[in-house]
Design a protein around this ligand. Structure first.
Ligand code: GLN
Length: 504
């Protein structure tokens, strides 16, 4: 029998629809794989096997009864632990939420449940999604399935590693500055940050509300399109949700797979290439451009001069919003409550003791930075200036999209680095997101697709960016590049990953 964990979600869905396999078999195969590799990978914070199998049994019964089901019904999925799930622990990677079980589902989780996808569990992440390596998780780091001594990216390293290690065919991530795309790049998977407002944020534990978006993490571009269509679309519970139908993403991915890009203008952002990018990353990027050209695309060079300031603006806007969003973790409402060792038990002292014990160093660093940037004397100099830069970046995008239908760059400057290598150097860690952050500041969608191995044998990602609400362009160009590369490689990039050393 074929190994069910190796199938793409689309292929597994076909087998389920044809009743070649049952959802119980598919779900059990993934739970077995999780049991086998989790000691080495640690992608999950919580595995919900019983609940997943119950959903699978229900779907199998409904299918047997002839009910019309969603395309992805019965295909298992993993969900990043920053997304609230009724009855399943949700920690956002933080001790401050240890033991908290949400009383409700995020909108995207309701949609997943309504469509009948068994939820395998909650995936590991940097605490409150702050980081690029998953090393800031309060519950231990996740290992990159390509090399267990290396980081799986962050903050959504758990979702990316779970998909790369065949523990789940589909996963959900969130991307505030790159946390879906950068982990996808360094694990050889596909990750998509939808247009801001394209997927409901209701039930996402907010990091920076004006930047956060949830999106798909998968092994193929088509699978991301299928999942994006399931979770996306208007939600009255999110006031920033776009009240328009999504473009036809699945059709765009299928069109892309034909490998024809005649007439598509692809803009190379000069500020997101060259210096600072690992040689192998730049080389794969140049080869991918040649492939797109051979498929009929017109390659043009565009300049977005203010992208140089994106990282600086982001690290003022994000901490400012985060410091406000995290104020609700006060020892009274959710999860952890710590009382002071001595002295009176006042609200303020319980709050200080709880936050002191419950938050990790990176979270504290950003709260301090954010409250400082927002303080009366410094607001205009820091937060106000950052917002102005944000507007200039949006204008750069608008001008660039006059010249090109999509913009492209490497997703991340380097391949996966060694665990521990950048942990004591916050600035070095922040630099991983130079290429992904501009999209969040402007609200435009972005996709990362694997485009080869660097000289160190580790995966590299190619980023595609499109104008807001034109997410279909990501899928067309992403799927075209994927098809062209797979024709060269004779199969998906992940087939070239070394076998996992499970005993490690
Ligand atoms: N690495 C970035 C940060 O630390 C991105 C985080 C994210 O997208 N959630 O803020």
């Amino acid at each position: 029998m074929t190994d069910l964990t190796r199938l793409s979600a689309a292929d597994l869905a076909d087998k389920l629809a044809a009743r070649d396999v049952s959802s119980v078999e598919a779900t059990q195969a993934h739970l077995d794989r999780i049991a086998e590799v989790e000691p080495a990978v640690h992608a999950f914070l919580h595995v919900s096997g019983d609940e997943a199998l119950a959903t699978a049994r229900d779907i199998d019964a409904r299918r047997a009864a002839g009910e019309q089901l969603h395309t992805l019904a019965g295909v298992p999925i993993a969900v990043k632990d920053i997304i609230v799930t009724k009855g399943l622990p949700t920690t956002a990677g933080s001790k401050i939420l240890e033991g908290w079980v949400p009383p409700y589902d995020a909108t995207l989780v309701s949609r997943i449940k309504d469509a009948g996808l068994p939820i395998l569990g909650k995936t590991n992440m940097d605490e409150f999604a702050m980081g690029s390596s998953t090393e800031h998780s309060a519950f231990g780091n996740t290992h990159n399935p390509w090399d267990l001594d290396r980081i799986p990216g962050g903050s959504g390293g758990g979702s990316a590693a779970a998909v790369a290690a065949y523990e789940a065919p589909l996963a959900i991530g969130t991307d505030t500055g790159g946390s879906i795309r950068q982990p996808a790049a360094v694990t050889g998977t596909v990750g998509v940050k939808p247009t801001y407002g394209g997927v409901s944020r209701y039930g996402l534990i907010a990091l920076a509300s004006s930047l956060d978006q949830a999106g798909p993490v998968t092994r193929t571009v088509l699978d991301s399109a299928l999942l994006h269509e399931l979770i996306g679309g208007h939600d009255p519970r999110d006031s920033t949700s776009i009240d328009e139908p999504l473009p036809d993403l699945v059709a765009a991915a299928r069109l892309g797979r034909t490998g024809d890009l005649t007439g598509v203008r692809v803009g190379v952002v000069s500020e997101l290439t060259g210096e600072g990018y690992q040689a192998g990353v730049s080389a794969r990027f140049a080869e991918s451009l040649d492939l797109l050209r051979s498929a009929g695309a017109e390659i043009v060079e565009v300049s977005c001069p203010h992208f140089t300031y994106a990282l600086g603006a982001y690290y003022l806007i994000l901490p400012s919003e985060a410091s406000s969003n995290l104020a609700k973790f006060d020892g009274m409402r959710f999860g952890l409550r710590v009382e002071p060792d001595e002295g009176p038990i006042t609200a303020e002292r319980v709050m200080a003791a709880t936050r002191g014990a419950g938050f990790g160093d990176e979270v504290k660093r950003r709260i301090i930075l954010g409250t400082y940037a927002l303080s009366a004397g410094y607001y205009d100099a820091y937060y106000g200036s950052a917002q102005k830069v944000r507007t200039l970046i949006q204008r750069d995008f608008a001008a660039a999209f006059e010249q090109a239908d999509v913009l492209v760059s490497p997703t991340a400057p380097t391949t996966a680095f060694k665990l521990g290598e950048k942990l004591d150097d916050p600035l070095a860690m922040y630099l991983n997101d130079v290429a992904t952050i501009p999209a969040n500041l402007a609200g435009v969608p972005g996709l990362s697709v694997p485009n080869g191995l660097s000289d160190d044998g580790l995966p590299v990602g190619f980023q595609v960016l499109a104008p807001a609400k034109a997410d279909d362009r990501l899928y067309r160009v992403g799927a075209a590049l994927e098809a062209l590369l797979e024709a060269q490689w004779g199969g998906p990039l992940l087939d070239r990953a070394p076998e996992l050393e499970v005993g490690k």
